[in-house]
Design a protein around this ligand. Structure first.
Ligand SMILES: CC(=O)N[C@H]1[C@@H](OP(=O)(O)OP(=O)(O)OC[C@H]2O[C@@H](n3ccc(=O)[nH]c3=O)[C@H](O)[C@@H]2O)O[C@H](CO)[C@@H](O)[C@@H]1O[C@H](C)C(=O)N[C@@H](C)C(=O)N[C@H](CCC(=O)O)C(=O)O
Length: 488
């Protein structure tokens, strides 16, 4: 695409060189830059892309997009100076791929918890309704039946537009995507045209990146601030910040609630481990999915589908049979009725939510046995808190490894142990090896007991010192169940 076309609607500070050159590729990584490509110099969290401009020029790059012009400029390279490279790149990526987001109905889901489930359920629902559909999520990206591994919750702006363009090419009419707060700060969705936005909830998370809770809220809110008037903005009224999200949006304001009157209203009538009965806008429906958090997810999905023009009755019937997305309260049941639950809960808040959900769903005196760990090279403050929460809501707890990365796994576990109140010492064990920990949990369980394996969810690896070893909690649970049955 000719550079002048690529720069359509991009606010420029200065340019030098030939503006009619053809750009064949956009990249923000000098290592990927070469003849015909445009290298965007981005100030990152680890380093400054401006440092790699010379390297990109050496590799024959055609255009440099930057905030600060280098002192020595090559004669045969075009330089484009902008105030904010990430922002400009967002607009340019949309131009480069010819605005794929305008050619399908794109719905973004943001919030601390529930993004993956909501986006995935919408994706499954629309596929079931016969639409060719795309999904961009933490677990995986998908274009109809084709799965593309995901590296981020929200891909970078170039990858994102490329994926949307592929969806358009494959005839997709809808795409459901997660929009992370990191994506908002880094302008990954700038230039996209959304048909709708959904807010799930917000709790303290990612403060290592955003520094304050206020910044985190602002990042989420900025998604709704940029929605067009033609879009809907669907918010959870039961979250304290639900209404804040809609304050400055130009989009049509819509809401859902389990507690008060919203555009879409639900009520849980009865719930158990294997399903729940809800009243949704006056219709009684049985859902295979269960738990209060799923009631919110289902209500958001139902609301969004209706706002996209789908028939309410049909949508509820189809939602009724949908199962959990991978690693989100995913059940693995043993032949002798031990209930294994694998959940991605890896923050104190998420762990408490899932344990409270289990407490609310169990019907008798079943034990709850929790296997949990904390990741290495990540937030250390949550380690004792996670252990304390696990103890508070479980009958037995096994502390174990969860992606120790470059840290000593035992040192992480000692920090977790520091949060175990003395009264709970007896019911807590520490087993470094996660495989062994899951086997031990199953050995402690009897029929109808619940074994919660928390933290990794859909992940299929255990990351130790830069190596990702195959590890799937669901698979290990199945093996443990088999062994326990053959031994009994
Ligand atoms: C903190 C963060 O968001 N980091 C993202 C960011 O990297 P960065 O800012 O650290 O980049 P950097 O390493 O400082 O480099 C700056 C620039 O120099 C360039 N560079 C670097 C080296 C070189 O030789 N040549 C070169 O050109 C880099 O390509 C980059 O453009 O930009 C990179 C390129 O897009 C991303 O891959 C990277 O995501 C990392 C892998 C990451 O872990 N991100 C997480 C935190 C993230 O985004 N998470 C959210 C989900 C959060 C949630 O809800 O759970 C997500 O949406 O996935």
């Amino acid at each position: 695409m000719q550079l002048t076309n690529l720069l359509y609607k991009v606010p420029l500070q200065s340019t030098s060189g030939n503006m009619s050159v053809d750009v064949m590729k956009l990249t923000m990584d000098s290592r990927q830059a070469g003849p015909g490509s445009l290298f965007a110099a981005i100030r990152g969290t680890q380093t400054d892309g401006h440092q790699f401009i010379d390297k990109a020029v050496e590799q024959g790059v055609t255009v440099i997009l930057c905030e600060e012009l280098p002192d020595n400029r090559a004669n045969d390279v075009t330089y484009v100076q902008v105030q904010d490279t990430s922002y400009a790149l967002g607009l340019m990526a949309a131009n480069f791929y010819e605005h794929p987001s305008q050619k399908l109905k794109l719905v973004g889901v943001t919030g601390t918890n529930g993004k993956t489930s909501t986006a995935t359920l919408l994706f499954r629902l629309f596929r079931q309704r016969g639409y060719r559909t795309g999904l961009l999520s933490t677990v995986q990206n998908q274009i109809d039946e084709t799965v593309i591994p995901a590296t981020h919750t929200t891909p970078d702006t170039i990858a994102l537009n490329e994926l949307l363009a592929q969806m358009v090419q494959r005839g997709c009419s809808h795409c459901f995507m997660e929009v992370s707060s990191h994506a908002m700060v880094q302008h990954r969705v700038v230039g996209l045209h959304f048909a709708g936005g959904i807010f799930t909830n917000i709790t303290h998370d990612h403060l290592d990146f955003h520094e304050t809770f206020d910044n985190y809220i602002k990042a989420k809110k900025s998604f709704f601030d940029q929605l067009p008037a033609s879009a809907f903005a669907l918010t959870n009224l039961d979250d304290k910040r639900g209404l804040v999200m809609l304050q400055n949006t130009a989009a049509r304001k819509e809401s859902y609630s389990l507690q008060t009157l919203g555009s879409f209203k639900g009520r849980i009538l009865s719930e158990g481990l294997f399903g729940m009965q809800m009243d949704v806008d006056g219709r009684e429906v049985w859902f295979k999915l269960t738990g209060r958090f799923n009631a919110y997810n289902l209500l958001a999905v139902y609301g969004a589908a209706v706002l996209l023009g789908e028939d309410a009755e049909e949508v509820l019937t189809q939602l009724s049979s949908l199962a959990s997305p991978p690693g989100r309260f995913e059940m693995v049941i043993s032949d002798n009725k031990i209930v294994g639950i694998v959940d991605y809960a890896h923050t104190p808040d998420a762990l408490q939510n899932v344990l409270e959900t289990i407490a609310g769903l169990r019907q008798g005196n079943e034990q709850v046995i929790t296997v949990v760990g904390c990741g290495g090279n990540r937030d250390v403050t949550k380690r004792p808190i996670m252990a304390e929460i696990a103890c508070k809501f479980s009958d037995r707890v096994i502390l174990t490894s969860d992606n120790p990365r470059n840290e000593d796994p035992m040192a992480i576990l000692e920090q977790m142990q520091a949060g175990v109140p003395p009264i709970h010492f007896k019911k807590t064990q520490t087993i470094v090896d996660r495989h062994e920990a899951i086997f031990q949990a199953v050995a402690l369980a009897g029929p109808h007991d619940v074994v919660l394996v928390a933290g990794k969810g859909h992940e299929t690896y255990q990351e130790i010192k830069g190596v990702k070893y195959d590890f799937d909690d669901r698979q290990v649970l199945r093996e443990a169940f088999q062994q326990s049955i053959s031994e009994k």
